[in-house]
Every structure is written in structure tokens, then in C-alpha cells.
Ligand binder design. Sequence first.
Ligand code: HPA
Ligand SMILES: [Zn+2]
Length: 337
Amino acid sequence: MPPIPTAELHLHIEGTLEPELAFALAERNGVVLPYDTQDELRVAYSFTDLQDFLDLYYALMAVLRTEDDFADLANAYLARAREQGVRHAEIFFDPQAHTERGVPIGTVIEGLSRALDAVQETHGITTRLIMCFLRDKSAESALETFESARPHLDRIAAVGLDSAEVGNPPSKFREVYARARAAGLKCVAHAGEEGPPAYVWEALDVLGVDRVDHGVRCLEDEALVARLVADQVPLTVCPLSNVRLRVVDRLEDHPLPAMLDAGLLVTVNSDDPAYFGGYVGDNYTAVRNALGLDDATLRTLARNSFRAAFLDEETRAAYLKEVEGVQESGQAGQNGG
Ligand code: HPA
Ligand SMILES: [Zn+2]
């Protein structure tokens, strides 16, 4: 059976940098990596928490310097995503991780946009860009970044918040989110990955987010779950990431089924697939196998991804129809969840 059509809503483009491309770009740009071989680099992938992972993630970005580099990175991701059933992708990027190395924000946005335009043209895949602020940097730095992006806002659908969560609550970024909303952008934020449920409350009530990225720790707070269910706030869950960063011990223990049972609008995503052991289709396959999810549940997750996406209603309806098409050609007589 072909992969189920899905939207991917939680994907850091810098987290799709595979070792092969990292070495190729290092060579092209004359950048010396602290690893001599791909095998040496693979050893560095033994991180066990978010900060440990982020150290490697930021170090490898040194190879990304030109518009071509960003276009090559996004093209490589989109080729893999396409094979795994992605019909629509909402892609995070971290401008501060590049501007602080002297790469202009316009280089990043133009390079990525070139790849996104091409894949729409050649394969009909729709995309959005989400500009993330690094929460372990200052609120002023986020504001400066937002202002420097103003000439490019026609290419940006939303703002997001990522990097080291604990100690950097959403409320730190109240002002920049207010500016983004006033400029007509959607808002999302990582919250409740390593951080407590209080951070999810702040993302909702202080930042006014349209979606919560991760959010798995919401389950520790009954009132928060009730709020997320009542408002049908989408949660972009990343199962393989959660295992690699020890948010959960084993995939078999992942709270995804409990989240679905609670009535939360949950989606499945890959986060940083070059680092966490799989692209989005691999995440679907892994949760199906580890958690024993049936076809109807997988279709619910796919349907949720399009419900949660920043799409116009006509395009959304067309994608939802594609999901039902899989149902018709799948097991006869089975009802969607
Ligand atoms: O999983 C993540 N969490 C927080 N920040 C990140 N930046 C890239 N990936 C992540
Ligand atoms: Zn993430």
C-alpha cells in the first residue's frame, strides 16, 4: 500500500541535514567540521537529552552558508518527504542560528523558498515557512530578528519558538508574538516537551498560539487537557524524537493513544529526522507497530494533520478527500475514526 497522505507540521529544516550532505557542503564551502569521517560524526549522535542534541544540531549548521546550500537542504528533505506521503509541509527554520554566523536572513529565506516553489511546481506539494525564535536567546534578539524579517514576511506563514525549553518560558516572548500576530502571521510554540504544563498554558494564554508543538506533558494537568480538547488546539507530536530525547523511555510507552482517547487533536511528525531515526512515514510506521494502532487510527492521525494545517478551506478539503481515498482502497467496510 502507498504511504498514507499526510501533512507534516513539525519539521526543523536544519534537522534534516544528513551526514552525507553535511560533508558535501563542508567540502564545497571549505568548512572544517570537528569530525574527520561520517563514522566519527555518527558517534556524536549518541545524545540523550535536548541540550545534548542541540549542541550537535547547531555545530553542524556551520556548513550552511549560501542560498544554494539552503535550497539543497530543502530539496533533499522534500524528496524524502514526498516518498513518505507528505502532501503539505510546514517547515521551521532558525534564522538566529544563521545570522549569528554572518549568514543574512535573506539568504536563508530565498534559498529555502527556491526549493519550496520548485516542489509545488513539479509535484504539487504545498508548503509554508515558520520562522522560529531561539528561546535561549533574549527577547530583544527575537524582536530584532522579527524586524529584520519584515521585508520577507510574504514568504512566512507563522512564527514559532524552539531550542532549550526549561528556564525559557513562552511569556518571555509576549511582545514579539504580539507583533507577529499584528502582522497577520499565525503563531505556534514548542511547549510541554521538556518543560512543564505551565509552559503550555502560557503558550495558549500569553502568546495566543494556534498550535502547540510537542505538548505531550499536558497529560500531567487535567484542566489543561480539558482546555486543549475544548478548543481543539492541535498538538504536533513527534514520537521518534520523544524516544531519542528521552521524553518517553520507550515507544511502546508513548502517550499517543492516551492523547487520542482524551479527544486531543494530535498529529504525527518527525521533528529532526536526520537525527532522530526517521522521517514522517517512518514515525507513522513506528507508532503503528509499537502501539498496535489500527488503520482507522492512522487515518484519524492523517486527517488531523490536514485539519491542523494552515491551509485554505478548498485545499484542506481536497487533501481530506485524498485521505478518505486511501480508506476506500484499504480494508472494505471499515469506518474511519
Ligand atoms: O526537538 C526540539 N526541541 C526544541 N528545539 C528544537 N530545535 C530543533 N529541534 C528541537
Ligand atoms: Zn521541534
